[in-house]
Design a protein around this ligand. Structure first.
Ligand code: SAM
Length: 274
C-alpha cells in the first residue's frame, strides 16, 4: 500500500511538471510614435501598458504551448493638441515567443484620425471665400464643417447657391443644422454626419465647385487623393493653414485677421484628369 501511494504521488508530480512546462508567457515589444503633444497611450486587449520613449513591452499571461493567441493592440497618438490618431493592430503569438510590432507606420485602411472643433474666424472665412471667388452659382463643400460657418457666410454674403458639410461629430452636425436654421439658409444647406476618411461619406463632394477646408495636416494629407478623385476639374479649393499632403498649392497667401494674427491660406484649382 505504501509503495503504491509513493508511485502515485510520483506520477502526479510528473504530470504536474509536464503541464507546468507546457504553459509559458510570450512578450510583445511594441514601438509607437514618441514625439507629440502628449505621450502615446498603448493598450493591449483594452488594458494600458506602460512604456517610455515610444517603447512598450507586454508580457502575455501563461499560454499553452503549440497554440496561437491573438492580441488586439491599440495606440492613441496625439501629434498636436487638436489631432487624435487611433492606430489598431492585431498580433498573433505562441507560448515562448518574443514578438515585435511596429506602430510607427500608418495604415490608411485601419487608422482613424479625428480633429477637434476649432472654428475659423468670420473675417478669415470671408478672405477664403474671396480667394475662391465664390459667386451665386457655387456649391460649397466643407469636409469637417463644424458649425458650418464656411457654408453659411458665403451663402449669406455672396449668394452662393448651396452648402454641403460633413462632420464626424453628431453634436457638431446638430449645431450646424440649428445655425443654418437661425441664419435663414437651412433650405440651401445639407449637413451630414460622416467621416472624411470614408470615401462613401465623401461622395457628396463631387457636387462642389468650391471646397473650403480647415482640418489639420494629417487629415488633409489623407483626404487629398480622395478630393483629387472626386472633385470636378475647375473646382477651387482654399485651405486655412494646412496643406493637402504632397499636393502643391497653386498659391499661398498670408492675411492679417481682425484679431491681429496672421493667417496662411492655400489655394488649388483641380486640373483636368489625365
Ligand atoms: C478645425 S474644425 C473646423 C470647423 C470649420 N470647418 C471651421 O473652419 O470653422 C474641424 C472639424 O472637423 C470635424 N472632424 C474631425 N475629424 C473628422 C473626420 N475624420 N471626418 C469628418 N469630420 C471630422 C470636427 O468635428 C470639427 O468640427
Amino acid at each position: 500500500m505504501k509503495r503504491l501511494s509513493v508511485g502515485f504521488v510520483a506520477l502526479v508530480v510528473a504530470v504536474g511538471a509536464a503541464c507546468a512546462q507546457e504553459k509559458k508567457t510570450a512578450t510583445i515589444t511594441i514601438t509607437a510614435p514618441d514625439a507629440g503633444y502628449k505621450d502615446t497611450i498603448l493598450k493591449v486587449d483594452g488594458t494600458a501598458v506602460s512604456g517610455s520613449g515610444g517603447k512598450f513591452t507586454f508580457t502575455t499571461p501563461a499560454l499553452e504551448s503549440g497554440k496561437e493567441y491573438k492580441f488586439k493592440v491599440e495606440a492613441l497618438i496625439e501629434p498636436n493638441n487638436y489631432t487624435k490618431i487611433t492606430r489598431p493592430r492585431e498580433v498573433t503569438v505562441k507560448a515562448g515567443d518574443a514578438a515585435t510590432l511596429d506602430l510607427t507606420k500608418e495604415d490608411k485602411a485601419l487608422d482613424k484620425i479625428v480633429v477637434r472643433w476649432v472654428p475659423t474666424p468670420n473675417d478669415i472665412v470671408d478672405e477664403m471665400a474671396k480667394m475662391a471667388k465664390v459667386n451665386k452659382n457655387d456649391v460649397i463643400f466643407d469636409p469637417g464643417c463644424g458649425d458650418a460657418v464656411m457654408l453659411i457666410r458665403p451663402m449669406k454674403l455672396l449668394g452662393a447657391k448651396k452648402g454641403i458639410g460633413i462632420d464626424i461629430d453628431p453634436k457638431m452636425v446638430k449645431k450646424a443644422q440649428e445655425k443654418a436654421m437661425e441664419e435663414g439658409v437651412a433650405e440651401k444647406v445639407v449637413i451630414k454626419e460622416g467621416d472624411i476618411l470614408n470615401e462613401k461619406d465623401m461622395a457628396i463632394a463631387s457636387e462642389a465647385s468650391v471646397v473650403l477646408i480647415y482640418i489639420g495636416d494629417d487629415l488633409g494629407a489623407r483626404m487629398a487623393p480622395v478630393l483629387q478623385k472626386l472633385l470636378k476639374p475647375g473646382t477651387r479649393i482654399v485651405s486655412h493653414r494646412f496643406k493637402l499632403g504632397d499636393w502643391k498649392p497653386d498659391r499661398t497667401v498670408t492675411v492679417r485677421g481682425a484679431d491681429g494674427d496672421e493667417y496662411v491660406l492655400h489655394y488649388w484649382e483641380v486640373k483636368e484628369k489625365k
